[in-house]
Design a protein around this ligand. Sequence first.
Ligand code: PXL
Length: 288
Amino acid sequence: MSYKRILTIQDISCVGQCSLTVALPILSASGNETCILPSAVLSTHTGGFKGYTFRDLTDDIPAIVKHWLSERINFDAFYTGYLGTARQVELVMDIINSPLRLPDAHIIIDPAMGDNGVFYKGMDDNFLQSMRRLVCMADIIIPNITEACMLTGIGYRMDYDEDYIRRIVDGLLTIIGNNKTVVLTGVGFRSGETGVGVYTSGSSYHYPHVKLEKNVSGTGDIFASAFTGALLNGISTQESAKIAADFTLAAIKETIQNPVHWYGVKFETVLGEYIQKVCVSPQDVAKI
Ligand code: PXL
């Protein structure tokens, strides 16, 4: 199995099972070297906790990057999640354009900005403008429907059909380039169903699964991290999306009955199942 070095750039929410506290364990579990660039440190995520602290680390980023360049460090993949400010998004673009990037590096961008039709706290149109430029640098983007609507300017709808989703996907592919891939999360066409879609200009694949009512911060990060780990191991985009969806669903199932654990999902308890699926040779994946 290959062993890749990935850089993931997102915040540390000290409590809340999202961003780096899920990306680091999941990517490491996929058997790849995981390096981190924390964009900010928050006491908790912003989805339901009150009075959280927020330490912006934007000013530390240039010196960290300068040091890595002087050490001739480079990466096989970049995966970004929640970024705190528009300036950080600009710095991430500089990183991706720098010698830190190996020639065939994967660029995977989760344009984490919002959910249920609205921005996360602290995000705004200025941030969106920067994110529109960052996604153009990606090979693969992993938005939810809210983020896809924000990026394309298409109105957010809770009720939709396949034509609406195709319109959004076409809009995204126009922005990022037709040879790229859109992995759209939270897409379901029947009641009680959600799922993930994997779209290129010439292909579309939808993996439906049951919709469990546990709408918490971090499930998108769990999905994107699990997807990225699988992809780095040579597994196809469609199969990686399926593995990541199954893993996220299993984590939600672990947590759904527990009202005390309202702020995230217990992905740790199902990591073993994920490892069994992604730490195999690509030829064997189809047999699992
Ligand atoms: O991607 C989810 C996320 C990550 N980081 C922070 C957040 C959220 C969602 O609420 O608040 C700080």
